[in-house]
Design a protein around this ligand. Structure first.
Ligand SMILES: Nc1ncnc2c1ncn2[C@@H]1O[C@H](COP(=O)(O)OP(=O)(O)OP(=O)(O)O)[C@@H](O)[C@H]1O
Ligand SMILES: [Mg+2]
Ligand SMILES: [Zn+2]
Length: 386
């Protein structure tokens, strides 16, 4: 095993620098590639969406596409010129500037923008302002900013970023309405898994990694990243540094919901054991692990679906062995509902534990609603009286 390979700072080193390298967000990427080829970027763009899904990454890529004079045929910035390096290396000493709406000097932010919007930049074609956490700007700053957006300048582009969306939206309409809006989504398990594999290949580690990590461990990381690539990449970096390859090692070190706990509560659902189910549900609710459970069972279902498609024993994991005992129609209901819950969690991550607990109780009740004859209630265990 190679131990000489140092672990790079994955999320910095592997931040995509071409449109092709950005995972998911397909519609946005297609549009931006086209815009880059045509040199046609909106003067103000608003990127909204959950954490760690590529907002800052695409802001850098768009800024570089605006500034770079040596783009390839696909509209990708060259990555080599002074403008590209200035952005990708985050020095921001040329026309591109990065500001933080959450920082204390909110009015300085506005002052800086006002100074530059009426003049042509000296050492780059345009000014590009990337403003992180635009929702955090003070009211005074927001008002001033609104005025700036009302008078677009041909030399200035704004890329505004915000993690808030939907009901939690704190970007004022006066600002949002003056921007081209882009809604970023959480990434699918598949996209995350491929990205992690790609990173390990680029780091030259894939070949040497124990099979148990490739077959099991990596999926545990993917699953617990809950749609955030940043989170997944951070998990991966830790797993590589700590050499956490087995499921047990990963569960132990990351404090994920353990697969055993996930299986146990699923078993109570399958067997219709409401007392046990409620007890464990309450425990998980207290530990704030319900969302993790939903994602885990979603993953169990996904694996078991392979059996339904590819044949009985395609997947022989403990979860699939358990799900095999379930009536197929009920499994499909479970699969459908859990997938819907996981999707909802992925898109509107504002659900409280109580809300998830209610959904799980509904799920339980739905699945055990038609009482079965007592003799068929469960597979009798030798020595147990019920
Ligand atoms: N869509 C993606 N494709 C490839 N890598 C990604 C993607 N999204 C995130 N990453 C990885 O995660 C890291 C962080 O992503 P990024 O900074 O773009 O997230 P963000 O959406 O801006 O999150 P936040 O709202 O928390 O700032 C990147 O450096 C990259 O390694
Ligand atoms: Mg960001
Ligand atoms: Zn360039």
């Amino acid at each position: 095993m190679k131990s000489k390979t140092a672990v790079s700072q994955y999320s910095l080193v592997h931040r995509p620098k071409t449109f092709e390298d950005v995972r998911g967000q397909e519609g946005i990427i297609r549009e931006f590639k086209k815009r880059s080829k045509l040199n046609n970027f909106p003067s103000a763009m608003l990127f909204q969406g959950p954490t760690g899904v590529g907002k800052t990454t695409l802001a850098f890529l768009a800024a570089a596409s605006i500034q770079c004079q040596h783009k390839d045929d696909e509209g990708n910035p060259c990555g080599e010129c002074a403008s590209c390096k200035d952005i990708f290396e985050e020095s921001f000493s040329r026309g591109t500037m990065m500001l933080d709406g959450g920082s204390s000097s909110k009015d300085d932010v506005i002052q800086l923008i006002e100074q530059t919007v009426h003049s042509k930049p000296l050492n780059s074609p345009k000014y590009v302002f990337i403003i992180e956490e635009v929702d955090q700007l003070s009211t005074a700053a927001k008002n001033a900013f609104h005025k700036i957006l009302e008078k677009p300048s041909p030399y200035v582009h704004f890329i505004l970023l915000s993690m808030t969306e939907g009901n939690g939206n704190k970007v004022p309409v006066s600002i949002a309405d003056r921007c081209q809006p882009y809604h970023f989504k959480n990434l699918s398990e598949k996209d995350i898994a491929y990205t992690l594999k790609g990173i390990l290949e680029k780091e030259g580690r894939w070949e040497d990694i124990p099979t148990e990590f490739k077959k099991e461990g990596i999926f545990l990381l993917v699953n617990n990243a809950k749609g955030s690539l940043r989170r997944a990449v951070q998990f991966l970096e830790r797993a590589m540094l700590g050499e956490f390859y087995s499921v047990a090692d990963i569960e132990d070190n990351f404090k994920f919901v353990s697969e055993a706990a996930g299986l146990s509560i699923l078993q109570h659902i399958i067997k219709g054991k409401s007392v046990e189910f409620n007890k464990e549900l309450e425990e998980m609710r207290r530990e704030n692990k319900l969302a993790d459970w939903v994602h885990m069972v979603n993953y169990f279902c996904l694996r078991h679906r392979q059996n339904l498609i590819a044949g009985e024993d395609f997947d022989q994991s403990p979860s699939s062995s358990l799900l095999k005992k379930m009536d197929k129609a009920k499994f499909l209901v479970l699969n459908f509902k859990v997938r819907a819950m996981a999707e909802e969690l992925r898109h509107g991550s504002y659900m409280t534990s109580t809300h998830i607990a209610h959904m799980m109780i509904d799920l339980f009740n739905g699945l055990v609603s038609e009482p079965e004859p007592p003799t068929k209630e469960s597979i009798p265990i030798r020595g147990s009286s019920k």
